[in-house]
Design a protein around this ligand. Sequence first.
Ligand code: HSE
Length: 410
Amino acid sequence: MEKYAVLGCGVVGSGVVELFEKNKELIMKRCGKELEMGYILDLRDFPDRPYADLLVKKIDPILADPAVTVVAECMGGVEPAFTFVKQCLEAGKSVATSNKELVAAKGDILLKTAKEHNVNFFFEASVGGAIPIIRPLHKCLAANDFSAIAGILNGTTNFILNKMIKENMDFATALALAQEKGYAEKDPTADVEGHDACRKICILSSLAFGKHVYPESVHTKGIREVALEDVELCSSLGYNIKLIARVQRLENGKILPTVMPMAVEEDNLLSQVNGVYNAVMVRGDGISKAMFYGRGAGKFPTASAVLGDMIEEVQLDHTIPSQTWENVNSTDFIEDFSAFKAKRYIRTTAADAAVLREIFGELSAEKTTDKGEAVIVTEADLNAAQVARAAEALSQKGIKLLAEYPVLVS
Ligand code: HSE
């Protein structure tokens, strides 16, 4: 009988164990073979948990046991996860991970190691929780030349923004609730500052465009500065502010990955993704556009994706060639953020929109707030330098630019 091991028995790792035990019969049927839990690696003691007898504190017994053919890595962080995963692959064991930090930082190395040892490094759970997106990208949509991917890839921030909009909940209370529900990272700064969404768009960009995109190359801005005022004003103009992770291929052939709060038109499907749900829109020359939607975080949604990888893995005896990318040791294929252009939602201290029309040209929406602040959406696509020049021109007239968000055009 083949065995599996779980590295890290936190929220996701314990979810893998519990979901496997709950659905063991149907999982084994779908595997086409018998499978049982062999080891759970964790540095902590869990004397009261079931399966306490399977707990180990070192990787060695897992590496040494030939019956272990697949390993679920749910530890989080780059080390010691990277060392353990590499050792497992080198020992001929496939790995399924939920660890986006690991895939974004070391995916190229681990995919290469897996190939060298004729096993697989799977990471469906690393992006979008329960949503199938990794396998669709490199299998179902493998015939496409991709031009863009845009998504809501962080459940915690989407949950927070939603609570702020719909229930007037303050930021700190909404974040505490997301942590209580097991959505947030151990350090929720990674969610709030956009780093988690950044890692996920790095993984999707690497897979879609074939070259490793490191987090350092992605312009990343989180939601900490999003004011309830702008959320409400945007909404009154027909837009919702969402944390959008996006990559587009430009006419010069380079790609431009970004993570930032954007104003999304209400009739755009991404605008309607609420709570902990995530969604990913993929553009390709064959499909035009496809959307993927589901629970983006949480114990069982993520465990479901890890187990899905494990079920595929136990049926395979070779490395899947379509799930790969290379390290080109260069960022030349990534465009600088200064090239990013979009229409802008802009809030100012101007008494009305007339002066803003002089500076920004045609406007696609405008209003004056109760506080006497003019709010507009520009018709023209502007880059950051153009916005900075406009802010300077306004300041010479004694007007302040209070907030601005790029508008997502899907
Ligand atoms: N903290 C992540 C989120 C967990 O909120 O989306 C899933 O990757």
